[in-house]
Write a protein that binds this ligand. Structure first.
Ligand code: ADP
Ligand code: ADP
Length: 237
């Protein structure tokens, strides 16, 4: 469960990203956040795992405030949260397998991962994750040899290898064509349904949101303007 309690985010230049957000997200939900560019979708996602700091309120995950967490506790909380970006954020020159293994970094002392010394258990997890998104055969290819859609599936596999309980996907299909978009959304949906991973996805398009979400949250100027089941969401939200 993720609770936003009176969350506001004002950027250093004074721009309001989020304004007094109150929301509860339950385990296993597939939430799509919709809204125009600048509505605060990305600000909201980045606040959850503290990619940036909120300026007021707090975010509580399974009863623990991530806003107040620090050191080892913050690292453990972040381990449960997988992040997927529009631009994939893979290490282009590394193999697909290495990229997926980077999801395991938080489970080991730094020196081990710097040397690339991942135990067999991790490699097995990584390969299984690749299998789940149907690109196991690409494990030893260089990441930048893959198509955009395949690269996005690698980043999904990275979150799976991380054993994330929450997946945050920030415009995951914005740079993909319609067919690939569907494949990536299907993967996210299947993982949500099979593994019960709470999934929060930012999308520009309401049609896609309607098709995949169990709940749609509409943002405008950093505030919630719609929050409800898919059937009630309309274009002007
Ligand atoms: P999107 O809205 O599609 O996420 P943006 O073009 O708004 O993308 O933002 C791209 C990058 O620029 C992001 O890293 C964002 O944090 C940053 N950014 C957006 N608006 C501003 C701004 N007014 N001042 C400084 N940085 C900004
Ligand atoms: P969305 O993801 O819905 O496009 P964002 O969360 O990126 O919206 O942006 C929300 C608001 O915060 C926008 O007005 C944007 O310009 C602003 N913003 C985003 N990133 C920054 C930043 N790094 N510095 C200043 N303003 C920003």
């Amino acid at each position: 469960m993720i609770e936003f309690q009176n969350v506001s985010k004002v950027y250093p230049n004074g721009t309001v990203g989020l304004k007094n957000l109150n929301l509860t997200i339950h385990k296993g939900e597939f939430i799509v956040i919709v809204g125009l560019s600048g509505a605060g979708k990305s600000t909201m996602l980045r606040s959850i795992n503290r990619l940036h700091e909120i300026t007021d309120g707090q975010i509580v995950i399974d009863g623990k405030s991530i806003t107040a967490a620090s050191g080892g506790e913050l690292r453990r909380m972040r381990r449960d949260i997988g992040m997927i970006f529009q631009s994939f954020n893979l290490v282009k020159r590394s193999s697909v397998l290495r990229n997926v293994l980077s999801g395991r970094v938080g489970y080991h002392p730094t020196w081990r991962t710097v040397l690339g010394m991942f135990p067999k258990h991790d490699v097995d997890l990584a390969l299984k994750a690749l299998e789940r998104v149907n690109i196991r055969e690409k494990a030893y290819s260089r990441a930048d040899e893959l198509s955009g859609g395949q690269q996005q599936r690698v980043s999904i596999a990275r979150a799976l290898a991380q054993e994330a309980k929450i997946i945050l996907a920030d415009e995951p299909v914005a740079s993909l064509d319609p067919l690939t978009t569907r494949q990536v959304m299907d993967d996210l949906q299947r993982i949500n349904q099979e593994l019960g991973i709470t999934t929060i996805v930012n999308l520009h398009f309401i049609d896609l949101a309607r098709e995949y979400a169990t709940r749609i949250i509409g943002l405008r100027a950093g505030q919630v303007v719609f929050d409800g089941p898919v059937a009630e969401a309309t274009d002007d939200k």
